[in-house]
Design a protein around this ligand. Structure first.
Ligand SMILES: C[S@@+](CC[C@H](N)C(=O)[O-])C[C@H]1O[C@@H](n2cnc3c(N)ncnc32)[C@H](O)[C@@H]1O
Length: 270
C-alpha cells in the first residue's frame, strides 16, 4: 500500500526551484480561489503540504499582518529556505509533520484550511479531505486546489512536451496518482462527508514554451529516476528528450496549455 512516506518527488534544491516556478504558473488560480472565499476578517490559516511556502506568502498578502499563517509539510526545509529571504517571514509558523499525524496541531482548528497540489499525491484522497475538514473550525472554510492533466498540450504541437506529459501520465498510472483529481474534487468532498461544495473555480494557463524553458528540464530531472524505476522510459530516451528541450528558449510562438487547476471550497456551518 502507498503511504505518505512514498511521496513521488525528490527532496532537492532542484525540486524546490521547480515548485517555485510552478507556483508562478499557479498564482492566478490560487489568487482566484482565495478571492472567491467569503472570508471577511483575518482568519487563522493553515496551508497543508506548504512546499516552498508560496501559498503562505499569498495568504499574507491577502489577509494582512493580523492573520496567523501556519504551513504544514512532511518537509519544511524548502519553506524555511524561502522565508529566509522574505521580509514578512517571522510571523509564519512551520510544522514538519504528516497530515495524518495523531499529535495535536497547535492552533487547530483553523478559519481557513487550504491545500494546493497535495491531494493528487495522497494515497487516500478522501481520508486526506476528512482530516483537512477536522482541522477546519466551525464557520471556517476548507479550500483545495488540484490539477486536471487531461487538457495539457502544445500548439503547434511540440513533441518533447507531449512526450514528457505522456510519460507523466504513464508514471501516475503506475504509482497510483490520480491526474484527473481536479474534476473529481466536488464528488470527493461529498464522499468525505464535507457535503456539496459552496463553489468551484477552474483556471487554465497558457505560456509559450520559451517561458517554460527553465521549468521543463527541472520537471524532467525530478521524475527521471522514477521513470526509469517504473520502466516508463529508459535513461537514453530521457537524455534524448532532455537534449531537445535545449531549443525551448527559441520557441516564443509555441503555446503550451498547462494542466488545468481546479479550486473547490466549502464553509463549515457553525
Ligand atoms: C506537489 S507539492 C505542492 C507544494 C505546494 N502546496 C505548492 O503548491 O507549491 C506537494 C507537497 O505536499 C507535501 N505532502 C505530501 N504528502 C503529505 C502529507 N501526508 N502530509 C504533509 N505534507 C505532505 C509534500 O512534501 C510536498 O511538499
Amino acid at each position: 500500500m502507498r503511504t505518505s512516506a512514498d511521496y513521488l518527488l525528490p527532496r532537492t534544491t532542484g525540486e524546490a526551484r521547480r515548485l517555485q516556478l510552478q507556483s508562478e504558473l499557479l498564482r492566478e488560480a490560487t489568487e482566484t480561489l482565495l478571492g472567491a472565499l467569503d472570508i471577511s476578517e483575518s482568519p487563522s490559516c493553515i496551508d497543508i503540504g506548504c512546499g516552498t511556502g508560496d501559498v503562505m506568502l499569498l495568504m499574507a498578502q491577502k489577509y494582512g499582518d493580523r492573520a496567523r499563517i501556519v504551513g504544514l509539510d512532511l518537509d519544511t526545509g524548502p519553506a524555511t529556505a524561502r522565508f529566509a529571504a522574505a521580509a514578512s517571514a517571522p510571523r509564519f509558523e512551520l510544522v514538519q509533520r504528516d497530515l495524518f499525524s495523531a499529535t495535536p496541531l497547535p492552533g487547530a482548528p483553523f478559519g481557513l484550511t487550504f491545500s494546493r497540489y497535495l491531494l493528487h499525491h495522497a494515497p487516500d484522497p478522501v481520508a486526506a479531505l476528512t482530516r483537512m475538514w477536522e482541522l477546519t473550525a466551525d464557520g471556517g472554510t476548507l479550500a483545495v486546489l488540484d490539477l486536471d492533466q487531461r487538457g495539457t498540450t502544445t500548439y503547434p504541437l511540440w513533441p518533447p512536451y507531449e512526450q514528457i506529459e505522456s510519460w507523466i501520465r504513464a508514471l501516475y498510472v503506475k504509482t497510483g496518482i490520480d491526474n484527473h483529481i481536479g474534476h473529481k474534487l466536488p464528488h470527493l468532498f461529498e464522499r468525505a462527508g464535507i457535503g456539496k461544495p459552496d463553489g468551484t473555480k477552474v483556471v487554465g494557463v497558457i505560456r509559450t514554451i520559451a517561458e517554460l524553458a527553465e521549468f521543463l528540464p527541472l520537471l524532467l530531472d525530478m521524475i527521471r529516476g522514477k521513470l526509469v524505476d517504473h520502466a516508463v522510459a529508459t535513461q537514453h530516451e530521457i537524455d534524448r528528450v532532455g537534449a531537445e528541450l535545449a531549443t525551448a528558449p527559441q520557441l516564443t510562438s509555441t503555446y503550451c496549455y498547462r494542466p488545468t487547476a481546479v479550486g473547490v471550497w466549502k464553509q463549515k456551518r457553525a
